[in-house]
Structures are given as C-alpha cells and as structure tokens.
Write a protein that binds this ligand. Structure first.
Ligand SMILES: [Zn+2]
Ligand SMILES: [Zn+2]
Length: 301
C-alpha cells in the first residue's frame, strides 16, 4: 500500500493544475518527487496519476540503472500500456493493481489491455513475457513491421495512425532514428505527447547510420505539433540533472537532483533545429534540457 501513497497525493495536485491552468497553458505537470535511488530503500515501482485515466509508472533505479518511465492510458474499452520496463523486477503487479482499481471504479467493466512499446530496446520490453498469458491482452511485436501492422499504418513512417481506446483516440507517430521501431503517442485529451527515447531530459542517442531517419522524424514531429496542441512531453528516462546541460554519468546508480520528467513543447522545435543544422558528421550537442548524442552505427538495429 505504501507505494500507492504518491498517487493519492498527486491526483488533487494534477486536477487542480488542470483547472487553474486552462487549455493552452504549457506549464509543466505537477508531479511529486520521483523515486531516484537516494533513499536507503525505495519501492520497485512508483505510480503517479495525471488524471483518473492516465498513469505514470517509474521503475526504481535500484532495480535497473535505466530507471524507465512507463505509461498506462485508459479509455472506455481499452487501456494502452506503453513499455514494460527494463527487467530486474516483476512489472505486471503494478499494472494489474492499476487496472483493478480502474475496474473497481467502473462497475467491474472488462477492459482490454494493449501492451505496446516506445521502441524495441531491451530496457522497454523486458517485462513483455509477464503479459503473454494475461487475459484480454494484446502484446505488440517489436519489429517496425509488427508495429506498423498493429496500428494500421498505411505508409510507415510518414502517416499518423490511431488507437481508439473507446472515447479516447490516441495518435501514433512513427519516429524511427533512435531505433527503427520507435513511436510517439499523442493524447488529444490531455495534450500530452509520450515521447519515448527520442526526446526526453537526457542523452538522445542516435546511431550515425540512422541520423537521417532521426532528422526526418524530428521534422515530421515538428509539423505534427503545429496542428496539435502539446502541453508537455513525457519521455522514457531522466538523465539530466537540475543543472542546465549537465547529465549523470553513464549507468549512474543514484539520480540526486533530477531534472523534471516533463519537457516543455518548445523542446520539439529546439530538437528539430539542432538536428537540421548538424553536419554530415554530427557531434554531441548539449542543450539545457537534453543532449543530442550521436553514437556509432548499429547496423542491425
Ligand atoms: Zn532506446
Ligand atoms: Zn531507453
């Protein structure tokens, strides 16, 4: 029960923020502090609610240095779980608790669970096997073709696909570059963009052989954001500190003084412009809230 406390604390905060800020305010979301490895012990997962149908799950850095963020988004008939964690724990219990709570608040209504991924790196799908025998559950495959087929992309990666959760339709953007199967998910209801490993407060790794794809994805993302209001971006990790431009060492076991999870929507244009002007041999490009981080080619991924 202890690990559920932050949810209860956060709901009034988040709802208050929605009421006070109105439709167009890009003020960052009001999350309580995240578990960050600084305490002697911390729960394996921490959940915070953005609203009664939208949840963030953080995996403890003590279970895996990646300390990823997962997202659970409910519609009337279906819920989307975006990512299953980096391993080093059982992730399904945290998800099942949230689903059970949601069902209890909706008269025991059955809800189908779609398990999809921001992309196919191992720190985002390590928990998939826990969901394969779960009733009323679809686990989306890891290859770009699997993702394109599941979401019914007609022209991956150029078109935008949709996932209808029942009264809540998500937009799914194909954003290859960091990894070929990378997607972002936009929720028009909350105006949140779940941005995976392409754009978050940390090192945005781009294999050199995929830099052109990354640049094209950044352009498409910026075009999308011109016609879809974005309140904030919620990515899959935090690797920046509260000091602008300063990241943690690789595989840091503790994240004292962590940057906030949310990025302001201005980060979209900042990233687009940064990669647009990167030359034929892109270099590490440090910004206040993220670092464009070219890495050697990954021919098979
Ligand atoms: Zn990744
Ligand atoms: Zn990752």
């Amino acid at each position: 029960m202890r690990r559920m406390t932050p949810v209860a604390r956060c709901i009034p905060l988040a709802l208050g923020a929605f009421l006070l800020l109105g439709a167009a305010d890009p003020t960052p979301l009001a999350f309580a502090p995240w578990i960050n490895g600084t305490a002697a012990s911390e729960p394996e997962t921490q959940v915070q609610a953005i609203d009664r149908d939208t949840f963030v799950i953080r995996q403890s850095v003590k279970t895996n240095f990646e300390a990823p963020f997962l997202y659970l988004i409910f519609g009337r008939d279906r819920a989307l779980l975006l990512d299953t964690g980096a391993g080093g724990l059982k992730i399904r219990p945290a998800v099942d608790r949230l689903v059970a709570d949601w069902r209890a608040r909706h008269g025991g209504r059955t809800i189908r669970l779609t398990v999809a991924h921001s992309h196919s790196h191992g720190d985002h799908h390590a928990g998939d096997d826990e969901f394969r025998d779960r009733p009323d559950t679809d686990v989306v495959g890891l290859k770009p073709a699997d993702v394109a087929a599941f979401f019914h992309f007609a022209d991956w990666p150029r078109d935008v696909a949709h996932l209808d959760l029942g009264g809540r339709v998500l937009d799914v953007l194909a954003t290859p570059g960091h990894q070929p199967a990378h997607i972002m998910v936009y929720d028009a209801r909350t105006r949140l963009l779940f941005s995976g490993d392409m754009l978050y407060p940390g090192r945005l790794y781009v294999p050199l052989n995929h830099f052109d794809d990354f640049r094209a994805s950044a352009e498409r993302l910026a075009a999308f954001a011109k016609t879809h209001p974005v309140r904030a971006l919620l990515g899959a990790h935090i690797e920046m500190t509260t000091t602008p431009g300063k990241d943690y060492p690789m595989e840091a076991p503790v994240h004292a003084g962590e940057h906030g999870l949310a990025l302001a929507p201005a980060a979209i244009e900042e990233l687009r412009a940064a990669v647009a002007k990167a030359g034929p041999v892109p270099a590490i490009d440090r910004h206040a809230d993220f670092i464009v981080y070219p890495v050697p080619a990954r021919p098979n991924d």
